[in-house]
Design a protein around this ligand. Structure first.
Ligand code: SF4
Length: 211
């Protein structure tokens, strides 16, 4: 999609966002697993995880710039818990959308790799660092949960390295990458029993066959 100058200015200010999809479902992962929430998936990501299950999100130009007030008004009709995900939502200025959601009294969560400046007003930050593009220092201390995706054995080492950077209260999760789950789940179970500061997170929405 080719953007006119005015739209580009609004996107640059976070007043329009490339909206890929939005849906009301059950949060499947991490601390809020099992909780109904409205998901807003913002397009655009250049982190490039080879196992990414939302590669359609990468090219922001494929997703229509949508005004933040329209997104907020719509989200508020579904749930009092809103999860902003991507893509990598922090590629955009999240201040306008999160401010509008907070003004409606909603709880606002983000799922991020932390690779971009932290904008926005958040009740919950789920940080999921990726080796390709590490989180910025400012994000580590603000994370409420650290969700490490385990694709291979080296990811346990990476998980420990990343856990050493978050705050003491941050809840630590190891989550098998979906295509490797049969191989990695026994290793994760064993690892968590030996290192109980970690908890297991599964993509339960995939087992439930919901988005
Ligand atoms: S950071 Fe997330 S959206 Fe971006 S490539 Fe990695 S898994 Fe996909």
């Amino acid at each position: 999609m080719i953007m006119d100058k005015h739209t580009k200015e609004l996107v640059d200010r976070g007043e329009m966002l490339p909206l890929m999809e939005e849906f009301y479902t059950i949060q499947g992962e991490g601390y809020h697993k099992g909780t109904a929430a409205y998901f807003i998936r913002v397009g655009g990501c250049d982190v490039g995880c080879h196992w990414c299950d939302v590669k359609e999100s990468w090219n922001a130009a494929l997703h229509p710039p949508t005004h933040y007030l329209q997104i907020a008004d719509n989200a508020a009709t579904y749930s009092d818990t809103i999860v902003i995900t991507g893509g990598e939502p922090l590629m955009w200025n999240m201040n306008p959308l999160t401010k509008a959601l907070k003004e409606k009294g909603l709880k606002v969560h983000i799922e991020t790799s932390g690779a971009y400046t932290l904008t926005g007003h958040w009740d919950w930050i789920c940080l999921s660092p990726k080796k390709n593009k590490l989180p910025l220092d400012e994000v580590y201390q603000k994370a409420k949960e650290l969700k490490m995706i385990i694709y291979n054995k080296d990811d346990f080492r990476f998980a420990e390295e990343q856990a050493s950077k978050v705050g003491k209260e941050c809840i630590l999760y190891l989550q098998p990458e979906w295509s490797k789950r049969e191989k990695m789940i026994p290793m994760i179970v064993d690892y968590v029993m030996k290192n109980p500061k970690w908890k297991v997170s599964l993509q339960t929405h995939k087992y439930l066959n919901i988005p």
